[in-house]
Design a binder for this molecule. Structure first.
Ligand code: NAG
Ligand code: NAG
Ligand code: NAG
Ligand code: NAG
Length: 467
């Protein structure tokens, strides 16, 4: 657990009181850093003036209020006989994560509320346009949305958002005694929406393979975290995804293409990018049309990042190792005012853990770690990323600096019942955890993901968008 206190962090720089010269050097250095810091801020403010629409009326302040969450759970009952209790002593204390993952616990029931509390366009009422992180979310047909580990593409041609994700609507089982819970590959689902709230099922746009056992998409394999970007030059929609075998030893990426955002996508091939193992991954299309892949590598101990070829169908020779030895996965990249940001999770299987935000001036690095972006709720929620894992960050067109953080609340007891945790993410202010070597001066603006039990995008955000 990290205690956030700007003042408690001792400077890595030790000043020798005996040497005036080194003291002077330190002050010159500090002065210089301050100058750089203020200059860069003046500079950023300049950019902000240019980027913001002249009449930026939409109020996002409501989203940035830290909201408290309280929950109380009675300690789990000891169901053993009094004799067994006497013999073996009191029950070992279980962690809240353990209870959260235990289907029969009250904690699990709290974080996976049943269908009665489902939200969706068919029962709009007062709840229209409100996101309820963790509650069942229904599409325009009234069925639970099946788009896990997903990502969102905004398609300019149709002025529509498309949500792609894993369709996990099958039985959860363990292939081997000690292997992780899984669902056979069904395929990649696609949903469309104009407002990010009413989602219409466009069907399975990349299908799993039923019979051909040597095919990457054979149902016995693994397809995770599909992401789609549009290639302006080839006029094609390109999907990248994590492809693996049942034991996660293939550790590859797969590529599929389509002429339409709603598919069908044609599966091309899988590869090990830069000849390395690749598990959790994402792709990111920059403003200049260049696209990048980011993947967890070397048994998830580090991330690799590298540009794709111009057709987005392959990697190039260029690759950088980032966050080496940090053991991060579930990367979600975004960009604001020329700075790149990334949210990652730790590696604890289906169990939730603490998120981290990272920033870089160049997408190829160096990437620096800023700390836990989660705000509000309570300590347990913040240390578990609100009991979820990052998958994507959606820029809100027309609201610069405001994003939707998309995460999965995995339910390994019943993977198809995994939930979506969408929360507002904003960038602004100074990071409250200074970098280790910045002499206590925080540099990057803070990335904040605000807990809300119920929230909506500010009214009028779509009119801003079309302005
Ligand atoms: C809408 O909210 C009002 C006041 O909170 C409540 O009385 C009413 O029952 C709600 N309607 C629906 C459809 O939820
Ligand atoms: C099965 O899949 C493999 C790999 O994609 C392919 O080479 C082969 O032709 C397929 N076989 C059939 C019968 O479709
Ligand atoms: C996965 O591992 C199990 C035993 O751990 C083994 O029997 C099986 O052949 C492996 N499957 C693949 C596809 O590697
Ligand atoms: C991707 O590029 C590498 C060389 O960088 C090449 O060896 C490989 O065959 C390419 N893969 C495909 C599917 O084109």
């Amino acid at each position: 657990m990290t205690i956030r206190n700007k003042h408690s962090k001792s400077s890595a720089f030790h000043c020798n009181a005996g040497s005036r010269y080194s003291a002077l050097a330190v002050w010159i250095l500090i002065g210089f850093l301050l100058m750089v810091y203020f200059y860069s801020h003046v500079h950023q403010n300049d950019k902000e003036d240019i980027l913001l629409p002249s009449s930026h009326l939409v109020n996002t302040r409501e989203l940035e209020e830290a909201e408290e969450a309280r929950f109380y759970f009675a300690p789990p009952k000891d169901r053993r006989s009094p004799r067994a209790v006497k013999r073996k002593g009191p029950r070992k204390q279980t962690s809240i994560i353990h209870e959260f993952l235990d289907e029969s616990s009250q904690v699990h029931a709290y974080f996976f509320p049943n269908r009665k509390t489902a939200i969706g366009p068919l029962k709009e009422g007062n709840d229209s346009m409100y996101f309820y992180p963790g509650q069942l979310w229904l599409d325009t047909d009234g069925n639970p949305i099946q788009a896990h580990g997903g990502g969102i593409l905004y398609d300019d041609k149709t002025a529509t958002y498309y949500w792609y994700g894993e369709n996990k609507n099958g039985p959860t089982y363990h292939a081997y005694k000690k292997s992780a819970a899984r669902v056979d590959i069904i395929g990649v689902s696609c949903y469309s929406s104009k407002d990010l709230w009413r989602w219409t099922n466009e069907g399975v746009v990349l299908r799993g393979e039923e019979t051909n056992i040597t095919h990457d998409l054979h149902k016995s394999n693994v397809l995770e975290r599909p992401k789609v970007i549009y290639n302006d030059k080839t006029d094609q929609y390109i999907m990248w995804m994590h492809i693996d075998d049942v034991n996660y030893t293939k550790a590859s990426v797969g590529v599929a293409i389509s002429d339409s955002p709603t598919g069908p996508f044609t599966y091309l091939y899988s590869m090990r990018p830069h000849y390395w193992d690749s598990r959790d991954m994402t792709i990111f299309k920059d403003d200049d049309g260049k696209a990048y892949i980011i993947y967890s590598c070397r048994d998830n101990s580090e991330l690799h990042i590298g540009p794709l070829t111009d057709d987005y169908l392959n990697v190039t020779r260029v690759m950088k190792r980032i966050l080496v030895g940090r053991h991060r996965e579930a990367p979600a990249l975004f960009k604001h005012q020329g700075i790149y940001y990334m949210i990652t999770s730790g590696c604890t299987g289906w169990a939730p853990n603490r998120a981290q935000a990272h920033a870089a001036e160049s997408i190829m690095g160096p990437w620096e770690t800023m700390g836990n972006p989660c705000v509000g709720g309570n300590m347990v929620l913040r240390l578990t990323t609100f009991f979820s894992q990052s998958t994507f960050v959606v820029p809100i067109r027309g609201l610069p600096g405001t994003f939707i953080f998309m995460a999965d609340r995995w339910n390994p007891a019943e993977l198809k019942d995994s939930r979506y945790v969408w929360l507002p993410l904003t960038i602004g202010g100074l990071a409250d955890e200074p970098l280790e070597y910045s002499f206590g001066f925080p540099y990057w603006p803070r990335v904040s993901i605000y807990w809300h039990k119920r929230w909506r995008l500010p009214e009028g955000w779509r009119t801003e968008e079309t302005r």
